[in-house]
Design a protein around this ligand. Structure first.
Ligand SMILES: *Cc1c(COP(=O)(O)O)cnc(C)c1O
Length: 381
């Protein structure tokens, strides 16, 4: 791999990825399918690298948009959770190439898929999304029924399942709202006379971890496949259930670079745009070729740190578009050949996506998903 020509690179710990998957596989009944969620470039990990690595173990994959489905290598089933265009040529080609399952919430969408399926000469499979309280995608149960009966008039569509999504399962240790959503979904399911003909699914990572009753026919496994609990609350709840979580899930992604310059800075010198940092003693600074255009949050200006030679090196001044400066005064033998860890382990120190998220006022999902897809991803066995 020629990653050394790039300013920074991502390493993927493939054994950790497989362990995380296996952790869920061992706790979920075999008849329940596990579909890794690989939207947003596999949460920033690299869609083709993740699909290639986990494809042999998984039952299928979830993506957000139809456009992503065409970028999934191999031939595992694909479930589109969110967007697809009503463009017949595109849809017909996708149906022929990948036969994805589409999530729908309207008759207009159904009609578009029906036309494309007719053109493709192959029936298209759809799941209806049921609204149970998140007020994102989904139809209230009564409207879901109506769409279901409407679907019988479309000759080229096959209804194969129903889904819903929880609003408040990872943001709290109080799971009352999630349980209310689950009961709405279950009553809908029980009211279908031939419910057993369809696949039902509602579980994301937190639900899959905490509530076996959400497993149903399929689990949509996102953040935890990549080695993270959905939240601190989810970690706490899982520990209250007796899990020993710390040795179970392992972060898959590390982000690394090397300094491009190491320089002396005199007491009183300023560092970076806006003169927001001023050296209060003579210092040694390393300039790193990573900035906010790479997905390193500008909110980490003057507050984040990186790891070099097993030690923390605090960020000095503002994060620039393609560069940042860090204080390496205390690292005596540093050179431009040393590896700098932005996310990952170095010696006893570790920076996780959660570390960066809490420092920049967001969540680890966002930190990971915003890492620039152009940075090379290197699977490490
Ligand atoms: C992203 C997403 C998931 C995965 O959620 P995680 O918390 O990352 O496991 C599951 N279902 C839907 C509908 C999603 O959009």
């Amino acid at each position: 791999m020629s990653e050394s020509i790039f300013p920074s690179w991502i390493e993927l710990d493939i054994p950790a990825l497989k362990r995380n998957f296996q952790f869920f596989r061992n706790r979920i009944p075999r008849q329940t399918a596990i579909y890794p969620v690989v939207k947003a470039n596999a949460y920033g990990h690299g869609i083709s690298e993740i699909v290639n690595a986990i494809g042999p173990l998984s039952d299928g994959f979830c993506v957000h948009a139809a456009e992503e489905a065409s970028r999934i290598p191999g031939n595992k089933p694909i479930l589109i959770l969110g967007h697809f265009p009503e463009e017949m040529g595109f849809l017909a080609r996708l149906m022929l190439d990948r036969r994805p399952v589409f999530t729908i919430t309207s008759e207009i969408q159904a009609a578009a898929l029906d036309r494309a399926a007719k053109a493709a000469g192959t029936p298209a499979s759809v799941h209806i999304k049921v609204e149970t309280g998140t007020q994102r995608l989904g139809l209230p149960p009564s409207d879901a029924f109506k769409l279901m009966s409407k679907l019988r008039t479309f000759e080229n569509l096959k209804l194969s399942g129903f889904s819903t999504h929880f609003a408040n399962i990872e943001d709290t240790t109080n799971h009352q709202f999630a349980m209310k959503q689950l009961s709405i979904f279950n009553s809908f399911r029980n009211s279908l006379t031939q419910g057993e003909r369809y696949r039902f699914h509602c579980a994301c990572s937190a639900a899959a971890l905490l509530f076996p009753e959400t497993h149903m026919d399929m689990v949509r496994l996102g953040i935890s496949l990549y080695g993270y609990y959905s939240s601190g609350e989810t970690r706490l709840s899982s520990m209250q259930q007796g899990l020993q979580p710390e040795d179970k899930l392992r972060p898959v992604l590390s982000w690394k670079t090397r300094p491009v310059q190491i320089k002396a800075v005199a007491e009183g010198d300023f560092v970076g745009y806006g003169l927001t940092y001023r050296a209060h003693r003579s210092m040694k600074i390393a300039v790193l070729p990573v900035g906010y255009s790479d997905g390193y949050d500008r909110g980490l200006s003057n507050s984040g740190y990186v790891l070099i030679c097993g030690q923390r090196a605090p960020i000095c001044g503002r994060i620039c578009m393609n560069m940042m400066m860090v204080d390496v005064t205390h690292i005596s033998d540093i050179s431009c050949r040393d590896i700098v860890t932005l996310i990952g382990h170095d010696g006893d120190e570790q920076i996780t996506a959660e570390t960066l998220a809490s420092k920049s006022g967001t969540i680890h999902y966002e930190v990971l998903a915003r890492i620039n897809p152009l940075i090379p991803r290197v699977p490490v066995d």
